[in-house]
Ligand binder design. Structure first.
Ligand SMILES: NC(=O)c1ccc[n+]([C@@H]2O[C@H](COP(=O)([O-])OP(=O)(O)OC[C@H]3O[C@@H](n4cnc5c(N)ncnc54)[C@H](O)[C@@H]3O)[C@@H](O)[C@H]2O)c1
Length: 345
């Protein structure tokens, strides 16, 4: 049996739709985009040639016979559309960031709980080969005990404004520190655990015609006395990077999602070599590894287990961003809201 997949929002959603066509366990049955006619980048012919129906509303998408609905629309539609799909009895994959605020995320949490359906937040970095390998090396003890982590997200959004410029719309006020920065924030949480407290500075010197700060740096306290720094910029003039450096008591890892190798320096080897240096381990470059995300979600459905990037993980990453944004405006360190499942969740 193949899981039937429906996709809403067909830019990033195009990668999801294609993954659904290519995955042997799924088939693409329906697609919806609010601007099918206006958005010339949408390849309607392709979806039809794969047997998918193009529908005219989210309601129609939810009324289709899809098992899985993928919400890949701008962030501010995630709550409404995820909740609608869950209420219609669909399993849901929702793109990152889960929602613009923790309060919004809680509406999705409630719908997940009430529906009993499976849910994935599309935190794709956890599926990027370089980051997966880095995490595995940390867990295997190659760099000793984690001490300090630096995660960066730098991406010039001047060239990624979104269809009809929603990323820079003053009414929507999308926060870049959450919208793009959630990649780096989630990665730090994945490797170092949930931060208790964060202090941040943010400024607005590059994308001055955008409504929110374009650059920010946050320092945070993680469990086990680990400290970290998250740098996010949606304006800096350089190629896209997610450079991440992980320092342990016995080594260091440098990785990102666009390099064909990760670097690792290890005390144990240095002792034999008589000097410390970086060695490299090759990895595939697959920075937007949607195909792996879909594979993981399907495996979760088959094995009846919770997805590793579930609704709680998505919400905790939003809580981290929210605390950093609060700190940047209060000028004080801020506690990160603890997001705990309540009884029965
Ligand atoms: N995982 C990643 O690395 C990654 C990369 C890019 C975008 N994203 C996420 O994907 C989402 C979409 O971003 P994008 O880059 O594709 O934006 P985009 O503006 O390029 O495309 C959005 C698409 O959704 C359509 N749309 C707009 N409002 C809609 C609505 N209410 N219902 C249905 N369709 C609607 C638009 O016509 C457009 O085709 C965002 O949440 C973004 O954060 C994730």
């Amino acid at each position: 049996m193949k899981y039937k997949v429906a996709v809403a929002g067909l830019r990033m959603g195009d990668a999801w739709a294609r993954s659904a066509v290519e995955n042997p366990d799924t088939e693409l049955v329906a697609c919806y985009d609010k601007f099918f006619d206006e958005n010339k980048l949408i390849d309607r012919k392709y979806y039809r040639s794969c047997g998918a129906v193009l529908v005219n509303s989210m309601e129609e998408l939810c009324a289709s016979d899809a098992d899985i609905v993928i919400v890949s629309t701008p962030d501010h539609f995630h709550v409404e559309q995820s909740v609608m799909a869950l209420k219609a009895g669909k399993h849901v994959i929702c793109e990152k960031p889960l929602a613009p605020t923790v309060a919004d995320c809680r509406k999705i949490i409630a719908a997940v709980r009430e529906s009993g359906r499976f849910f994935m937040t599309g935190q794709v970095c956890r599926y990027a080969p370089g980051f997966r390998l880095a995490k595995k090396l940390c867990e295997s003890g190659r760099i000793g005990e984690l001490s300090y982590i630096e995660c960066e997200y730098a991406h010039d959004y001047n060239y990624s404004r979104g269809f009809r410029n929603w990323r820079m719309d003053p009414q929507i006020r999308r926060e870049g520190f959450l919208g793009g920065g959630c990649h780096a924030l989630d990665l730090a949480r994945w490797i170092a655990g949930d931060p208790a407290e964060v202090f941040a500075y943010m400024n607005h010197k590059i994308l001055t015609d955008w409504p929110t700060c374009d650059t920010g740096v946050a320092v945070a306290k993680f469990p086990n006395d680990v400290i970290g720094r998250i740098f996010v910029s949606i304006g800096v003039k350089r190629p896209y990077t997610m450079r991440t450096v992980i320092y342990g008591t016995r080594g260091t890892i440098i990785c990102d999602n666009t390099s064909p190798a990760i670097q690792i320096a290890e005390q144990e080897l240095a002792e034999a070599a008589g000097k410390i240096d970086f060695g490299t381990i090759p990895v595939n470059i697959s920075s937007h590894n949607v195909a792996s995300e879909l594979r993981e979600f399907v495996d979760c459905l088959k094995e009846n287990r919770q997805c590793p990037t579930d609704v709680w993980q998505g919400t905790r990453t939003v809580a981290f961003a929210e605390a950093a944004l609060r700190s940047a405006s209060s000028g004080k360190a801020e506690a990160v809201e603890e997001i705990m499942p309540q009884c029965g969740e």
